[in-house]
Structure formats: structure tokens, C-alpha cells
Design a protein around this ligand. Structure first.
Ligand SMILES: C[S@@+](CC[C@H](N)C(=O)[O-])C[C@H]1O[C@@H](n2cnc3c(N)ncnc32)[C@H](O)[C@@H]1O
Length: 241
């Protein structure tokens, strides 16, 4: 995440600070802070899709996601949760491209990100509302703390949960907070479901954390990319398949 952090912080503020400081103590202090995220999400999104993705976008990982949704078709529509969705293309990509019925919920604690995604979904003067890939598909965005989803999600209710960069951000505020995020994701994951964390964090660091906190689930890892020269990882935490 250090490379992505450096790119983002350079754009936002503190251009005069040394890079090592940006990717270190400042980022560590701030990345769990909602006001920083509100500030970052206020920046205009680039490109025609009007989204901004950390690491990579929907296109790069649809080959991994689509088979998981195909497999989950037993319950229709398949419920998908993106924790810390930001203004990423994952939720909108799944909603517009998946040929099976999906019910996609993106949650973020930043009201700025949620407002942006709601306006994108509903359309505005420059853009039409998004069209679903299947007429029965649904898309929602809600402001919520992913460490406590009680108000938005019941136990075992999602078949696929996505976390792209959110553990990485939350862990900067402390590992107990990251474990709380994971525990909440596992609470709302169906026993046959899959949680995927996308990150650039090395498996030597991430796998022991996940294995320790995900007993009774199967933890595995896939390498992704390289995308723009960086190798990423998909950490899969799965129930019985
Ligand atoms: C690294 S960004 C990733 C955003 C998006 N998933 C992507 O891939 O572009 C981390 C996101 O997590 C959100 N976030 C951080 N802590 C959170 C929390 N406790 N609850 C909900 N969202 C949180 C931030 O607002 C931000 O949108």
C-alpha cells in the first residue's frame, strides 16, 4: 500500500514533506481517520467511469469474481458487500456487468464517498443512471463503520464480501481495529461464502494474521497482476464449498 499511499498523499497535501514520512508516521496516524478520507474522496474522480480505485479496478479482477458469483447462484439474487467501498469501480462493475442477479451493497464511513456513489448510480446532468447487467440486480450505498455493521447487515447474510484496501487503512490505526473489521466481515458472511481482501501486503505478513483470526474458515492466497508494475494479492477466506 505504500506506493498507492505515496501517490495519493502527494496529490492531496504536504508536497514538501519527505516521502518516507508520508508513507510512514503521517499515513499511520491518518488512515484510520474519517476526516482524512472525506478529504481524499472530495477530489474529482478521473475518467469517464467517474470512479477512483486503489490498487486496480473491476476490469482487472472480474475474472476472479465472476466464477464466485456463478457458484453462488443457488440463492438469487446473490448478495455482495464491499466494505470501505470508497469511490471504487467494484460495486458498479458488478452491478452493470454481472449477467446473474446480484444485490450489491457498498458501505463506507465517509459520507462524501457514499454521496458520490449514490449520485453516480442515480445519474446526473452529465451521466445517465447505471443500467444493471440483469433486470433483477440491485445496488445500494450506505454510510457505516465496517467495524460495526449491526445496523446494515445481519449475521450470515452475504455470499461475497470484498475488502480492497480497507484492512490496510484500518490496520494503520492498530491491528485490534483490523481484527475487529475482519471479525465483523466474518459475522455477516454466509457459512458457504467468500471474503476477499485485496492488498499489496506481503503474504508473509498478512497470512498469519488471517489464519489466526479466521479459525474454522479456509484461508488461501492468489497473486494478482502485476498491474502497472506492482504485484497484488487476493486473500480468500472461505466457508464450506
Ligand atoms: C484504501 S481506501 C480503498 C477504497 C476502495 N475500496 C478502493 O479500492 O478504491 C480505504 C477505504 O476504506 C474506508 N474506510 C476506512 N475505515 C473504515 C471503516 N472503519 N468503516 C468503513 N469504511 C472505512 C475509507 O473511507 C476508504 O474509502
Amino acid at each position: 500500500m505504500a506506493a498507492a499511499l505515496r501517490r495519493t498523499f502527494q496529490v492531496v497535501t504536504l508536497a514538501a514533506s519527505p516521502r518516507r514520512t508520508l508513507a510512514g508516521s503521517l499515513a499511520d496516524r491518518c488512515l484510520a481517520d474519517r476526516s482524512l478520507w472525506d478529504q481524499l474522496h472530495t477530489r474529482p474522480c478521473q475518467g469517464s467511469a467517474n470512479t477512483f480505485d486503489w490498487f486496480f479496478g473491476f476490469e482487472e479482477i472480474q475474472g476472479l469474481l465472476m466464477p464466485l458469483l456463478q457458484e453462488a447462484k443457488v440463492s438469487s439474487p446473490t448478495r455482495v458487500l464491499d466494505v470501505g467501498c470508497g469511490t471504487s469501480s467494484l460495486c458498479t462493475g458488478l452491478y452493470t456487468k454481472c449477467p446473474h442477479p446480484v444485490d450489491v451493497l457498498g458501505v463506507d464511513f465517509s459520507p462524501v464517498a457514499v454521496a458520490h456513489m449514490n449520485s453516480l448510480m442515480e445519474g446526473n446532468q452529465e451521466q445517465r443512471p447505471l443500467c444493471p447487467g440483469h433486470p433483477a440486480s440491485r445496488l445500494h450505498f450506505m454510510q457505516a463503520d465496517a467495524q460495526n455493521l449491526e445496523s446494515v447487515a445481519s449475521t450470515g447474510s452475504f455470499h461475497l464480501i470484498l475488502d480492497k484496501g480497507t484492512w490496510d487503512a484500518v490496520a494503520r490505526g492498530g491491528l485490534p481495529e483490523a481484527y475487529q473489521l475482519l471479525s465483523e466481515c466474518l459475522r455477516v458472511l454466509s457459512p458457504q461464502g467468500t471474503l476477499i481482501q485485496f492488498s499489496d501486503e506481503d503474504p508473509d505478513v498478512r497470512m498469519p494474521c488471517l489464519e489466526q483470526a479466521s479459525q474454522h474458515w479456509t484461508v488461501s492466497m492468489q497473486e494478482l497482476g502485476p498491474f502497472r508494475g506492482i504485484t497484488y494479492f487476493a486473500y480468500l477466506i472461505q466457508g464450506s464449498h
